[in-house]
Design a protein around this ligand. Structure first.
Ligand SMILES: Cc1cc2nc3c(=O)[nH]c(=O)nc-3n(C[C@H](O)[C@H](O)[C@H](O)COP(=O)(O)OP(=O)(O)OC[C@H]3O[C@@H](n4cnc5c(N)ncnc54)[C@H](O)[C@@H]3O)c2cc1C
Length: 433
């Protein structure tokens, strides 16, 4: 659908915009469509990623207007864009640092869900201090040969592509010898091994790279300039995690390996499925979810529960306003320094409060797991997964360090000289090389 004159000149009448989206959904959306077909239509229309520039498949709308689109998609009850790290992290990174060819190669399959992504950043010795990473890539003609280990790779077993950072110049200081690639996961040099969590699932993995190959044309950004590219990914991760949820009345994971593309969308709009709409609703709006739960279990009159519900609601509301303020001020002189970090930190508090509230409201029923448990087991799932958000995307302590330095102007943490070659640093008990 072509953009209207209003969108072309950047002045959007939000009533007309909502109408335009509703017309598209009336014509194109049905819960009986396969996920593959719906995501194809959604991507084709430009409404899936309305804030993206038009030349990469978006509508060039402002973030405020894009929120109108997302709210309309949710209101009509349509499935949202693919979950996972492609849309959340790979897309903003490629839009900012990718070449025209890379945008053409990677963005469309990522919005229409035909390819899934994972993030190959953390290593056994490089998490908070990510720039200490040791996985190395060595040039071989038009390709690079990659050797090393990554860990905590969410959905690595379902991914087609990985956002990989590795060391390409050990003689440069640690932040200046890193390069960023988009690596194909299905190849002989890559082994993905699952790590079991206390939820019972194995969402994340260890990934071993032994002579894995990646073309130089899949290098995102400059050679040895990967730290800046990785920071775009990390900023998107913190902003996304702190802002709490996207559009759509349900969500699912992309890619052939997840096996969902040929199922009807209606499978992912149900409220009972574990990891389905109930879970995403609880994660996106924990206050409304918990208030509903307290009402259902006759606990909404309990003063202790009410007190914590009010606290959860307040934190969530403040988080949403801070996210709006951060988006509005981003890159402007009156913007809030370290705003995504503040948002991420607050999300950790919300998660901890939701972790405690669910079982307090439900009692023993809140410990049941599985699809047949009340509310699809989402309360026990939330409780067992609760440590995760305060670790991934940078731990709470790291967020506080960044806020201290960037927002409060405190001195930087002591560390090795920024000009010391990586080869001469000590990582763990050994020299870095
Ligand atoms: C659910 C989940 C999913 C994840 N998914 C991915 C993924 O898909 N891809 C990926 O690459 N990684 C992923 N991670 C890894 C995550 O990014 C790292 O776990 C995180 O960066 C912390 O690194 P670490 O585990 O090595 O802990 P460490 O860095 O060893 O930290 C250990 C402890 O020391 C504290 N600490 C460390 N340095 C400092 C400091 N300078 N000041 C104060 N305290 C400090 C930390 O806060 C923490 O409490 C995931 C993690 C989780 C839990």
């Amino acid at each position: 659908m072509a953009g209207t004159l209003a969108t072309e000149i950047g002045m959007v009448d939000q009533v007309a915009l909502e109408q335009e989206v509703r017309e598209f959904l009336d014509e194109q959306w049905s819960p009986e469509l396969t996920v593959r077909e719906w995501w194809r239509r959604f991507a084709e229309s430009g409404w899936a990623m309305p804030s993206w520039p038009t030349d990469v498949g978006g509508k060039g709308l402002s973030r405020a207007d894009a929120r109108v689109v997302a709210a309309t998609v949710a209101d009509v009850g349509a499935l949202g864009v693919p979950t996972g790290l492609g849309v959340l992290l790979a897309a903003p990174t490629i839009i900012e640092h990718g070449t025209a060819e890379q945008k053409a190669r990677y963005l469309r399959p990522l919005i229409d869900g035909s390819e899934a992504w994972c993030q190959l950043f953390s290593e056994p010795g490089a998490g908070s201090d990510l720039a200490s990473l040791q996985c190395k890539a060595e040039r071989d003609g038009d390709e690079w040969v990659v050797t090393g280990q990554k860990v905590w790779t969410s959905h690595g077993h379902l991914a087609d592509l990985g956002m990989l950072i590795c060391r390409t110049d050990p003689d440069a200081p640690k932040h200046r010898g890193i390069t960023y690639f988009a690596i194909e996961m299905d190849q002989p040099g890559i082994e993905v091994r699952p790590l079991r969590e206390m939820t019972g699932r194995a969402m994340f993995n260890e990934v071993f790279l032994d002579g894995a190959r990646v073309a130089d044309s899949a290098r995102i950004g400059a050679l040895n300039g990967g730290w800046a590219v990785a920071n775009t990914t990390l900023a998107a991760e913190r902003a996304g995690l702190g802002s709490g949820g996207g559009g759509g009345a349900g969500a699912t994971f992309p890619g052939e390996k997840a096996g969902r593309l040929d199922r009807p969308c209606s499978d992912f709009l149900r409220t009972s499925a574990r990891g389905g709409a109930a879970a995403s609703k609880a994660a996106a709006d924990p206050a409304t979810f918990m208030i509903g739960l307290a009402t259902e279990y006759g606990r909404a009159g309990d003063v202790h529960i009410r007190q914590r519900l009010a606290e959860l609601y307040t934190l969530k509301q403040l988080g949403a306003w801070n996210a709006q303020r951060a988006r509005a001020g981003s890159g402007r002189p009156w913007g809030v320094p370290a705003a995504p970090n503040l948002g991420k930190l607050q999300q950790s508090s919300i998660t901890r409060l939701a972790r405690d509230l669910g079982p307090a409201i439900m009692g023993p029923a809140g410990l049941l797991i599985g699809d047949d448990a009340p509310r699809g087991g989402v309360v026990s799932e939330t409780t067992l997964f609760a440590p995760g958000p305060s670790i991934y995307g940078g731990t709470d302590e790291i967020q506080k360090n960044i806020i201290g330095e960037r927002a409060l102007g405190l001195p930087k943490e002591p560390g090795p000289d920024k000009d010391t070659p990586f080869r001469e640093l000590k990582v763990g008990n050994q020299r870095a090389d």
